[in-house]
Design a protein around this ligand. Structure first.
Ligand code: ATP
Ligand code: MG
Length: 468
């Protein structure tokens, strides 16, 4: 039985150590969100609770083990210990002190002696609030509560120094725009603009993880727009840098960038597909800027942009290390996003589905979102295509269930015969024909014709053999 949060709190108090709840949980509590309804995070992160303590990492480990909890060092460099509790993963970090080496690839941390010293090292004022787990005291040295009220992201202290200490904070800020719908305070934003080049010093893993969180936030359009506004696109997503200002034609309300961010925003789902679909939306028109040309009628054309876009997607997903499977899938979705089979033509619908390798729902979600910022409305077509695909899936499932279209009773009535082993034989034959695709599931008429033919010959003979 894993230890509870209460047991952890008591154990730290017992050992004479301060234990403060900090980070996202305190912020969201002050935003008025009940802990269980935090909705700005992917589910897998939802139970993470961040604590700050006066105990050194070894001591934290000892306390965790004494509780019988699973204990892991999460970031030795940061002094973070993970303690697996009943309902949460407690990430317990020793108070940080004042020794970041400016410009270094990884911040170098020494330990501090008070919660206030620790809070001064944090990224934004709204995250620099802590609650003492034993006394309930709230520490908020940078008036983070006022910024929560105003919905502002502000770096505590001098923002340029803070971003130089750890440039990832720039991307964390943009990510919080998407997750919380907050705005970046002006001075902090100016410091981000002045510091974007430092993003090049970050490891790709840290950058990709922040982009992923940004994309899966509640306000991804605002987050992406902030990313563009501070000039970060050329540094973290250079493949997208040609989109802003790439005008389109009368079918579109926005330039390629505005259209792309609107498409990402229009992807709404609770399912595990959110990340995949948001990425697909972000990348679907990647090929447009490089292929743009003037058509005979004088308008911009984007012929073959889905093919060029798919190739660019391959390179981008590899660079971001998104994983081979996800990369291939995203490339496929980009490649096929212009597909438009006639929903009334079964053969075309089947081919469409086969090309999507089981992901036609993801493509349809992309097409619907894509259409959300077009000047025309394609909902009716998408409804028809979806219904057609559902029908094919239902037919396939019926084929695999391979049930005889006629049951025993119906066969007895049809052939006017007594019950007997002949029924099983005819049903077996009919279901095999269904499985082989030679008889449509539920086609009683054709099944009756076959049954009559069999009833006159083989089945009867077989029955008389049974009797002998
Ligand atoms: P989430 O709700 O996504 O967990 P969070 O604010 O808890 O958001 P975490 O990444 O879990 O973010 O980090 C926990 C806390 O640690 C943050 O609230 C912030 O105070 C601090 N923190 C994390 N990373 C940094 C960083 N790079 N620089 C400064 N402080 C940081
Ligand atoms: Mg957290």
């Amino acid at each position: 039985m894993p230890a509870t949060r209460e047991a952890l709190i008591a154990a730290f108090a017992e050992a004479g150590h301060e234990l403060w709840l900090a980070g996202g949980l305190v912020r969201d509590e002050l935003r008025g969100l009940p802990v269980t309804e935090r909705d700005d995070l992917p589910t897998k992160d939802r139970a993470d609770a961040d604590y700050a303590t006066s105990a050194l990492p070894d001591e934290t480990e000892r306390i965790g083990r004494a509780l019988g909890a699973t204990v892991a060092t999460i970031g030795q460099r940061f002094g973070t210990t993970g303690v697996l509790l009943k309902d949460e993963m407690a990430e317990i970090t020793t108070f940080r002190g004042d020794s970041y080496a400016a410009g270094s690839r990884w911040p170098d941390v020494t330990f501090g002696s008070s919660i206030d010293e620790d809070l001064a090292r944090r990224d934004f004022t709204v995250n620099a609030i802590a609650r003492n787990t034993a006394t309930g005291e709230l520490r908020d040295p940078f008036a983070g509560r006022d910024d929560i009220e105003r919905r502002l992201l502000r770096a505590p202290g001098d923002p340029r120094t803070r971003f130089a200490e750890d440039p990832l904070r720039i991307l964390r800020g943009v990510r919080f725009v998407s997750q919380l719908g907050f705005e970046i305070e002006e001075e902090t934003k100016a410091a981000m603009v002045a510091s974007v080049e430092l993003l090049e010093t970050l490891s790709q893993e840290r950058v990709t993880a922040e982009i992923e969180r940004l994309l899966c936030g509640k306000h991804p359009q605002e987050g992406l727009e902030a990313l563009r506004e501070i000039g970060a696109l050329p540094h973290v997503l250079p493949e997208l840098a040609a989109m802003p200002g790439c005008d389109q034609n009368r079918f579109h309300k926005f330039d390629v960038w505005g259209h792309t961010t609107a498409t990402v925003e229009a992807i709404t789902t609770d399912s595990a597909s959110l990340s995949l679909r948001r990425w697909a939306a972000l990348l679907h028109d990647l090929g447009k800027p490089p292929v743009r040309h003037v058509k005979k009628n004088g308008e911009w054309g984007f012929y073959r942009h889905e093919i060029v876009g798919a190739e660019m997607t391959d390179a981008l997903t590899e660079r971001l290390r998104l994983g081979k499977r996800e990369g291939a899938l995203l490339s496929l979705l980009v490649r096929r996003h212009m597909d438009r089979p006639d929903p009334d033509d079964g053969r075309l619908v089947r081919r469409f589905m086969r090309r999507l390798e089981g992901h036609w729902r993801d493509l349809l979600a992309l097409k619907r979102a894509d259409n959300a910022s077009h000047t025309y409305d394609d909902n009716e077509y998408h409804d028809r295509l979806e219904a057609a695909c559902e029908r094919v899936e239902a037919e396939e499932a019926a084929m695999l269930r391979a049930e005889s279209p006629l049951d025993g009773r119906e066969l007895m009535d049809l052939l006017g015969r007594e019950p007997g082993p002949w029924i099983a034989r005819i049903k077996e034959r009919l279901s095999t024909l269904v499985l082989d695709g030679e008889l449509a599931p539920g086609d009683k008429e054709e099944a009756a014709r076959i049954a009559r033919r069999m009833g006159g010959t083989a089945a009867l003979l077989a029955d008389s053999e049974d009797r002998s």
